[in-house]
Design a protein around this ligand. Structure first.
Ligand code: MN
Length: 423
């Protein structure tokens, strides 16, 4: 594990941080916020956001080697392109400025415009996503789906333990938390003996996922090893990879996901850096059969991050429907990126890589309604007396995630999306 000054669990900030906050001084995630119709990069601390464009213009980041006005942008791409080492230097500097005992920023005459309540800003897409890939890397999820659609004895397809299976998604419909979605319409074939029908999706589902965002590029034709992969991963967000199960079932043969997946994918606004997640590394599952050499890796490359998904029916209180964990991944991010580039495919700054639905081994840990309601056979009771097999119009799906150790909680905030009726 690398020593990172900003991760010291004894650090405290002069900014008030509520005890259960996702954003203590040990986190310092980066995002893009909008205020008075103006976008800027910011860092979350407690219930506040620190305006990085202002911070830089006042000279507080002068010794970090940043280009001028790198935060006066509508996305974090220019900053991410500077790489992980620059990101670390900036995060360490911000940590110093926010530390108890350091009055330089605290007593600045413009502190009230530098440090703004999160309530007063709107959070936006943190990056301009160039390419979006979604993996399928949780064994329990792949097993559950295989049981439902094939049979328990052959739940995993023969390639699953040899290849981090994935597909290329669509970026135009990757949206920020808070942006509502319309129920998608499309072809379905509810009766295998009758022709397909067209209409609003009836089996709308969420997928509880995390995603990593890349920094830097590899030249086309060259691959990235598992050893070097983490140099290209800046940080992570929560991802709700919306899915239309009935459309999916009819369309996915033989080329895989298409319209069932590309109508919306929602991400949380704060990019939690891999540096902040460093203390939460854990060992992954033993991989058997042995993987091919290019997928072998050393060290702890999995992460212990608690995940939750909740449904809030219109006008009612929310109910948590699952509690999973990012540690239930079979393939880790380094393996995913090594596999993605092994054929020479190039990655770019700001690409988004979804984990795939993350399910634990117990029913209370499944990462989609497809699994939670077991294809609709086990409805979930809601606080307002209704029940859910899949997501209904007016429902808001909220995902949250946090890691916790040594009294420090590093959280992601939430990704929240309301479903509106089909047009
Ligand atoms: Mn997915």
């Amino acid at each position: 594990m690398i020593e990172i000054a900003a991760n010291n669990p004894t650090l405290k900030s002069w900014v008030v941080v509520p005890e259960d906050s996702d954003f203590p001084i040990q986190n310092l995630p980066f995002g893009i916020f909008e205020r008075k119709r103006h976008k800027s990069a910011g860092v979350a601390i407690g219930e506040m956001v620190l305006d990085l464009a202002d911070l830089q213009s006042h000279g507080f980041l002068d010794d970090t080697g940043l280009p001028d006005k790198v935060f006066e942008k509508e996305t974090l791409n220019a900053f991410l392109a500077l790489g992980r080492k620059t990101g670390r230097r900036v995060r360490n500097k911000i940590s110093e400025l926010l530390r108890e005992g350091n009055a330089a920023l605290k007593n600045h005459h413009n502190i009230n415009s530098l440090l703004i309540p999160q309530q007063e800003v709107k959070m936006c897409m943190p990056v301009r996503v160039g390419d979006y890939t979604d993996f399928y890397s949780s064994e329990q999820h792949a097993y559950n789906v295989g049981c439902m659609f094939r049979d328990p004895d052959n739940a995993l397809l023969p390639n699953w333990k040899h290849i981090p299976v994935g597909y290329h998604g669509r970026t135009s419909s990757v949206i920020a938390s808070g942006v509502p979605i319309r129920r998608p319409k499309g072809q379905q074939r509810p009766d295998d003996n009758k022709p397909p029908v067209f209409g609003p999706c009836k089996l709308l589902d969420f997928e509880l996922e995390m995603a990593f965002i890349t920094c830097g590029e590899n030249p086309l034709g060259e691959s990235i090893s598992t050893e070097k992969a983490e140099d290209y991963i800046f940080g992570m967000v929560l991802l709700n990879d919306w899915s239309a199960r009935d459309i999916q079932k009819w369309e996915y043969v033989p080329l895989g996901p298409f319209l069932a997946k590309n109508f919306a994918s929602s991400v949380s606004p704060w990019v939690v850096t891999m540096d902040a997640l460093e203390p939460f590394r854990i060992s992954g599952p033993q991989q058997n059969p042995k993987v091919l050499p290019y997928l072998e890796y050393g060290g702890k490359k999995h992460f212990d991050i608690n995940l939750e998904a909740a449904i809030k029916p219109e006008g009612s209180e929310e109910k948590a429907v699952t509690n999973s964990n990012f540690k239930y991944m079979y393939w880790n991010m380094a393996q995913q990126l090594a596999h993605h580039t092994v054929n020479g495919c190039n990655i770019k700054t700001g690409d988004l890589y979804g984990s795939g639905t993350i399910s634990g081994s117990e029913p209370g840990q499944f990462g989609s309604m497809l699994e939670i309601s077991w294809k609709g056979t086990k409805p979930v009771p809601m606080p307002d007396g209704s029940e859910r097999k899949f997501i209904l119009d007016g429902d808001t799906v909220i995902m949250r995630g946090y890691a916790e150790k040594s009294g420090v909680r590093v959280g992601f905030g939430e990704v929240s999306t309301k479903v509106l009726p089909a047009l």
